[in-house]
Design a protein. Structure first.
Length: 260
Protein backbone atom coordinates (compact mmCIF):
# COMPACT_ATOMS: atom_id res chain seq x y z
CA UNK A 1 0.00 0.00 0.00
CA UNK A 2 1.41 3.38 -1.03
CA UNK A 3 0.48 5.75 1.77
CA UNK A 4 3.21 8.34 1.22
CA UNK A 5 4.32 10.38 -1.77
CA UNK A 6 8.05 9.63 -1.72
CA UNK A 7 8.86 12.29 -4.32
CA UNK A 8 7.24 14.85 -2.02
CA UNK A 9 9.20 13.50 0.96
CA UNK A 10 12.44 14.04 -1.00
CA UNK A 11 11.41 17.56 -2.00
CA UNK A 12 10.51 18.48 1.55
CA UNK A 13 13.84 17.20 2.89
CA UNK A 14 15.80 18.89 0.11
CA UNK A 15 14.12 22.18 0.95
CA UNK A 16 14.57 21.66 4.69
CA UNK A 17 18.33 21.10 4.42
CA UNK A 18 18.73 24.90 4.60
CA UNK A 19 16.44 25.31 7.62
CA UNK A 20 16.72 22.13 9.71
CA UNK A 21 19.24 23.82 12.04
CA UNK A 22 16.30 25.77 13.49
CA UNK A 23 14.97 22.50 14.95
CA UNK A 24 18.34 21.09 16.06
CA UNK A 25 17.42 21.20 19.76
CA UNK A 26 14.37 18.95 19.27
CA UNK A 27 16.19 16.55 16.94
CA UNK A 28 19.18 16.36 19.27
CA UNK A 29 16.97 15.64 22.29
CA UNK A 30 15.33 12.76 20.41
CA UNK A 31 18.68 11.43 19.14
CA UNK A 32 20.32 11.53 22.56
CA UNK A 33 17.39 9.67 24.12
CA UNK A 34 17.82 6.95 21.49
CA UNK A 35 21.61 6.75 21.76
CA UNK A 36 21.41 6.48 25.55
CA UNK A 37 20.59 2.84 24.86
CA UNK A 38 24.19 2.31 23.80
CA UNK A 39 25.14 2.85 27.44
CA UNK A 40 23.02 -0.16 28.41
CA UNK A 41 25.26 -2.63 26.55
CA UNK A 42 28.86 -3.66 27.10
CA UNK A 43 29.31 -4.10 23.35
CA UNK A 44 31.58 -1.73 21.47
CA UNK A 45 30.82 -0.63 17.93
CA UNK A 46 33.21 0.40 15.19
CA UNK A 47 31.14 0.93 12.01
CA UNK A 48 27.74 2.59 12.07
CA UNK A 49 25.12 3.54 9.52
CA UNK A 50 23.21 6.74 10.26
CA UNK A 51 19.87 6.72 8.41
CA UNK A 52 18.34 10.15 7.94
CA UNK A 53 20.08 11.80 10.88
CA UNK A 54 19.80 15.35 9.47
CA UNK A 55 23.30 16.34 10.58
CA UNK A 56 22.56 15.48 14.23
CA UNK A 57 23.18 11.74 14.71
CA UNK A 58 26.50 11.32 12.88
CA UNK A 59 28.44 13.80 15.10
CA UNK A 60 27.02 12.16 18.24
CA UNK A 61 28.24 8.75 17.04
CA UNK A 62 31.65 10.08 16.04
CA UNK A 63 31.99 11.62 19.51
CA UNK A 64 31.72 8.05 20.81
CA UNK A 65 34.64 6.98 18.60
CA UNK A 66 32.48 5.19 16.04
CA UNK A 67 33.11 5.48 12.31
CA UNK A 68 29.93 6.55 10.54
CA UNK A 69 28.44 6.34 7.07
CA UNK A 70 25.30 8.44 6.62
CA UNK A 71 22.46 8.14 4.13
CA UNK A 72 19.38 10.18 3.38
CA UNK A 73 16.67 10.18 0.74
CA UNK A 74 17.60 13.82 0.09
CA UNK A 75 21.06 14.53 -1.39
CA UNK A 76 21.10 17.97 0.25
CA UNK A 77 20.19 16.55 3.65
CA UNK A 78 22.77 13.77 3.27
CA UNK A 79 25.46 16.40 2.74
CA UNK A 80 24.83 17.82 6.23
CA UNK A 81 26.20 14.69 7.87
CA UNK A 82 29.82 14.97 6.77
CA UNK A 83 31.60 12.39 4.67
CA UNK A 84 31.11 9.59 3.91
CA UNK A 85 27.45 10.20 3.08
CA UNK A 86 25.24 8.99 0.25
CA UNK A 87 21.78 9.78 -1.10
CA UNK A 88 19.86 6.52 -0.72
CA UNK A 89 16.26 5.41 -0.60
CA UNK A 90 15.40 3.63 2.64
CA UNK A 91 13.22 1.29 0.60
CA UNK A 92 16.14 0.27 -1.65
CA UNK A 93 19.35 0.48 0.36
CA UNK A 94 22.65 0.23 -1.55
CA UNK A 95 24.71 -1.39 1.23
CA UNK A 96 26.18 -4.88 1.13
CA UNK A 97 25.15 -7.48 3.70
CA UNK A 98 27.02 -7.34 7.03
CA UNK A 99 28.44 -3.86 6.37
CA UNK A 100 27.82 -2.37 9.83
CA UNK A 101 27.72 -3.42 13.46
CA UNK A 102 25.39 -0.56 14.42
CA UNK A 103 22.52 1.12 12.56
CA UNK A 104 20.73 4.20 13.93
CA UNK A 105 17.56 5.63 12.39
CA UNK A 106 16.43 8.57 14.50
CA UNK A 107 13.02 9.93 13.41
CA UNK A 108 13.68 8.92 9.80
CA UNK A 109 11.55 5.90 8.87
CA UNK A 110 8.01 7.22 9.32
CA UNK A 111 7.64 8.33 5.68
CA UNK A 112 8.53 4.86 4.33
CA UNK A 113 5.77 2.98 2.51
CA UNK A 114 7.25 -0.51 2.95
CA UNK A 115 8.48 -0.32 6.53
CA UNK A 116 8.70 -4.11 7.00
CA UNK A 117 10.79 -4.36 3.81
CA UNK A 118 13.04 -1.49 4.89
CA UNK A 119 13.60 -3.15 8.27
CA UNK A 120 14.57 -6.41 6.57
CA UNK A 121 17.14 -4.58 4.44
CA UNK A 122 18.54 -2.80 7.49
CA UNK A 123 18.83 -6.10 9.36
CA UNK A 124 20.71 -7.64 6.42
CA UNK A 125 23.12 -4.70 6.42
CA UNK A 126 24.06 -5.54 10.01
CA UNK A 127 26.85 -7.90 10.94
CA UNK A 128 25.94 -10.87 13.14
CA UNK A 129 25.06 -9.61 16.63
CA UNK A 130 24.85 -6.06 15.29
CA UNK A 131 22.53 -3.57 16.96
CA UNK A 132 19.65 -1.63 15.38
CA UNK A 133 18.29 1.48 17.10
CA UNK A 134 15.39 3.48 15.71
CA UNK A 135 12.83 6.01 16.84
CA UNK A 136 9.46 6.47 15.16
CA UNK A 137 6.64 8.89 15.94
CA UNK A 138 3.97 6.66 17.48
CA UNK A 139 0.20 6.97 17.59
CA UNK A 140 -0.65 10.05 19.61
CA UNK A 141 2.12 12.20 18.18
CA UNK A 142 0.73 15.61 17.23
CA UNK A 143 -2.71 14.33 18.23
CA UNK A 144 -3.61 17.83 19.38
CA UNK A 145 -2.81 19.30 15.96
CA UNK A 146 -4.55 16.47 14.09
CA UNK A 147 -7.74 16.90 16.12
CA UNK A 148 -7.75 20.69 15.77
CA UNK A 149 -7.25 20.56 12.00
CA UNK A 150 -9.89 17.87 11.47
CA UNK A 151 -12.44 19.59 13.69
CA UNK A 152 -11.88 23.00 12.11
CA UNK A 153 -11.88 21.81 8.50
CA UNK A 154 -15.07 19.82 9.06
CA UNK A 155 -16.73 22.92 10.48
CA UNK A 156 -15.59 25.07 7.54
CA UNK A 157 -16.16 22.68 4.62
CA UNK A 158 -18.16 19.70 5.88
CA UNK A 159 -15.20 17.34 5.30
CA UNK A 160 -11.53 16.91 6.14
CA UNK A 161 -8.38 16.04 4.19
CA UNK A 162 -5.53 14.07 5.85
CA UNK A 163 -3.10 16.75 7.02
CA UNK A 164 -1.03 14.84 9.62
CA UNK A 165 0.78 11.60 8.82
CA UNK A 166 -0.61 8.32 10.21
CA UNK A 167 1.60 6.82 12.90
CA UNK A 168 1.98 3.20 14.10
CA UNK A 169 0.80 1.95 17.47
CA UNK A 170 3.56 1.17 19.95
CA UNK A 171 2.33 -2.40 20.42
CA UNK A 172 2.90 -3.09 16.71
CA UNK A 173 6.51 -1.85 16.61
CA UNK A 174 8.21 -4.77 18.38
CA UNK A 175 6.24 -7.11 16.12
CA UNK A 176 7.62 -5.32 13.06
CA UNK A 177 11.16 -5.91 14.33
CA UNK A 178 10.44 -9.58 14.96
CA UNK A 179 8.93 -10.02 11.50
CA UNK A 180 12.07 -8.46 10.00
CA UNK A 181 14.27 -11.07 11.67
CA UNK A 182 15.64 -9.11 14.62
CA UNK A 183 16.21 -10.88 17.91
CA UNK A 184 15.38 -9.48 21.36
CA UNK A 185 13.05 -6.85 19.88
CA UNK A 186 12.01 -4.09 22.28
CA UNK A 187 9.75 -1.08 21.74
CA UNK A 188 9.57 1.52 24.51
CA UNK A 189 7.64 4.77 24.60
CA UNK A 190 9.32 8.10 25.26
CA UNK A 191 7.42 11.38 25.20
CA UNK A 192 8.65 14.88 24.45
CA UNK A 193 6.30 17.70 25.37
CA UNK A 194 6.71 20.79 23.20
CA UNK A 195 5.51 24.22 24.33
CA UNK A 196 5.18 27.14 21.93
CA UNK A 197 4.61 30.79 22.78
CA UNK A 198 3.32 31.32 19.22
CA UNK A 199 1.15 28.54 17.73
CA UNK A 200 2.43 29.21 14.20
CA UNK A 201 5.94 28.24 15.39
CA UNK A 202 4.78 24.61 15.53
CA UNK A 203 4.01 24.60 11.80
CA UNK A 204 7.30 26.39 11.10
CA UNK A 205 9.22 23.68 12.99
CA UNK A 206 7.53 20.96 10.93
CA UNK A 207 8.47 22.69 7.66
CA UNK A 208 12.01 23.46 8.81
CA UNK A 209 12.58 19.81 9.76
CA UNK A 210 11.24 18.49 6.44
CA UNK A 211 8.06 17.13 8.03
CA UNK A 212 5.48 18.77 5.76
CA UNK A 213 2.50 16.64 4.76
CA UNK A 214 3.44 13.96 2.20
CA UNK A 215 0.39 11.70 2.48
CA UNK A 216 -0.59 10.66 -1.06
CA UNK A 217 -4.30 11.37 -0.44
CA UNK A 218 -3.65 14.90 0.83
CA UNK A 219 -5.61 17.66 -0.84
CA UNK A 220 -3.61 19.53 -3.51
CA UNK A 221 -5.90 22.55 -3.25
CA UNK A 222 -5.01 25.49 -1.01
CA UNK A 223 -6.74 25.11 2.36
CA UNK A 224 -9.46 27.57 3.37
CA UNK A 225 -7.83 30.79 4.52
CA UNK A 226 -9.38 30.49 7.98
CA UNK A 227 -8.32 26.88 8.55
CA UNK A 228 -4.87 27.30 10.06
CA UNK A 229 -5.63 30.36 12.24
CA UNK A 230 -8.76 28.73 13.64
CA UNK A 231 -7.11 25.34 14.16
CA UNK A 232 -4.08 26.84 15.88
CA UNK A 233 -6.31 28.91 18.12
CA UNK A 234 -8.02 25.68 19.19
CA UNK A 235 -4.86 23.92 20.34
CA UNK A 236 -4.63 23.07 24.06
CA UNK A 237 -2.52 25.30 26.27
CA UNK A 238 -0.37 24.90 29.33
CA UNK A 239 -0.35 28.30 30.92
CA UNK A 240 0.26 30.82 28.15
CA UNK A 241 1.82 28.32 25.72
CA UNK A 242 0.46 25.90 23.14
CA UNK A 243 1.27 22.30 24.04
CA UNK A 244 1.77 19.34 21.68
CA UNK A 245 3.22 15.87 22.21
CA UNK A 246 5.83 13.81 20.39
CA UNK A 247 5.26 10.19 21.40
CA UNK A 248 8.36 8.31 20.28
CA UNK A 249 8.52 4.55 19.81
CA UNK A 250 12.12 3.68 20.69
CA UNK A 251 13.05 0.44 18.93
CA UNK A 252 15.92 -1.90 19.76
CA UNK A 253 16.75 -5.10 17.91
CA UNK A 254 19.76 -7.31 17.33
CA UNK A 255 20.86 -9.10 14.20
CA UNK A 256 20.95 -12.88 14.73
CA UNK A 257 24.34 -14.33 15.69
CA UNK A 258 26.48 -15.99 13.09
CA UNK A 259 24.79 -19.20 12.01
CA UNK A 260 21.54 -18.08 13.69
Amino acid sequence: MLVFDRAAVRRHRDRAAATVHHTAAILQDAAERLLDRLDDTTRTFSAALDVGGRGIVAPLLRARGIQVVSCDLSPRMAALNGRPAVAADEELLPFAPASFDLIVASLSLHWVNDLPGALIQLRRALRPDGLFLASLPALGTLAELRAALTRTEAALTGGASPRVSPFPELRDCAGLLQRAGFTLPVADLDEIRLLYAEPAALLADLRWAGESNAVRLRSRRPPPGALLPMALAGLPREGDRVAVSLRLAMLTGWAPPSGG
